[in-house]
Design a protein around this ligand. Structure first.
Ligand SMILES: [Zn+2]
Length: 297
């Protein structure tokens, strides 16, 4: 077995916000691996380079030789023309994941990745208007329509690696809710909290956390209020909720730092804040793992 020439993939350090730098490093590493492969180390180029968070809610940036096919837990993963790809691990992912790769010349290998398990907080949210805890029957048709809208806006079609711009906080303020908490609304258990909440006065600007394409922009969804989806490429999507203003349109390209709306308390919110969630395929990810600590905190 060839020895890996780069740090173990079981790494838990924050991703550098300068993704350009990371990408350059990965390119250098890949070049080194390819050179090693040429000098007799054979299959080294088949081991993808991984950088990021191998933990529940974590995102990993991968790099492999162009043309290599990658799959995670048996499902094919999109790979860019330059060999870059993403792996995301759901809040409830188990302790192991299987990463398989097949090079263009047919060399196949599978490795088991250890996924760190996390502890989740319990968060009790009181004072939620009852219609948001148990929606009245006459709102169910609307809620169903909105579920279909959200589904249609997630085709994972964007192949461009917009996420290589790196990530910043889309709004700054006190972190009032963390990813993964088990939530109780007025004492009733509901889905975990799939995002990070930033409390800020209504009207505070919200910017795009990274480059991407807007795939959904709605001013008034039942639960989410003002809602924006941004597709960062290869199945990675940001979700912004409870906005008082939505200033972009579906199909629009946005750049990291560009204003897209404003903080509000629309939908199921007990006060003005931004909810920032992320998906990779069907995995719910923790956005806070992708950005530096909140400025000023
Ligand atoms: Zn939230």
């Amino acid at each position: 077995m060839p020895r890996r020439r780069f740090p173990s993939p079981v790494i838990k350090r924050p991703i550098l916000p300068d993704m350009g730098c990371l990408v350059r490093r990965l390119k250098t590493l890949m070049l080194a691996l390819l050179l090693l492969g040429g000098s007799g180390a054979g299959t080294l180029a088949a081991s993808p380079v991984l950088e990021g968070h191998l933990e529940q809610g974590g995102l990993v940036f991968g790099k492999t030789a162009p043309g290599t096919k990658i799959s995670l837990d048996g499902i094919a993963v999109p790979v860019g023309a330059d060999g870059s790809f993403l792996l995301g691990f759901d809040r409830d992912h188990g302790p192991h994941a299987n990463l398989s790769s097949v090079t263009p010349d047919g060399h196949a290998q599978t490795e088991t990745l250890a996924i760190a398990l996390r502890d989740w907080q319990i968060q009790r949210v009181e004072g939620v208007p009852p219609k948001y805890v148990t929606p009245p029957a006459d709102e169910l048709a609307r809620i169903q329509r909105e579920v279909a809208l959200k589904k249609a806006a997630r085709p994972f079609a964007t192949k461009t690696e917009y996420y290589e711009s790196g990530f910043i906080w889309p709004a700054t303020g006190r972190i009032s809710g963390v990813f993964g908490s088990q939530r109780f609304y007025n004492g009733e258990p509901r889905k975990p909290h799939y995002g990070v909440d930033v409390a800020a006065p209504a009207g505070t600007p919200v910017v795009a956390p990274a480059d991407g394409v807007v795939t959904l922009a709605r001013p008034d969804m039942y639960f989410e209020g003002g809602l924006i989806f941004i597709d960062h490429g290869q199945g990675l999507i940001s979700v912004m909720m409870h906005l008082s203003k939505v200033e972009v349109k579906a199909g629009q390209k946005v750049q990291k730092g560009e204003k897209i709306g404003a903080v509000g308390a629309t939908g199921r919110a007990t006060g003005p804040h931004l909810h920032w969630g992320m998906w990779w395929r069907d995995a719910h990810l923790d956005p806070a793992l992708l950005v530096p600590p909140m400025p000023g905190k």
